[in-house]
Design a binder for this molecule. Sequence first.
Ligand SMILES: [Zn+2]
Length: 131
Amino acid sequence: MEKASASAWRKFNARYNLVGNVCKNCNTNYFPPRIVCKNCGRNTKMEEMQFSGNGKIFSFTKIHVPAEAFKESAPYVVGVIKLDEGPMVEGHIVESGKEVAIGVTVKQVFRKMYTDGEEGLINYHFKFEIV
Ligand SMILES: [Zn+2]
């Protein structure tokens, strides 16, 4: 499990706010953010970009045998979401009684991810909810 660290703080914006970046040279969007554009190879015109959090389920699966940290929430659904702005993002899909299916529209929500250690530190992360 990841402890509070410089690395965790660097990922803060991506994890909590769905902030990636865009290459202003070729208009390719990235999440998580990249240093060098995979499309045109430039690194001089990468600008921070706030993603809307809206997208569609590209694929999904239900986890019945979870990692230790997620055992409280099993079974749960994880999926790959194709954001409206292009990038694919992995995330938990909140089950709300609506059918989880490929192509269904989702939006980003902010939810508890897991409770860490004996101190019971609650970790949050973005998840996706069916609209
Ligand atoms: Zn580019």
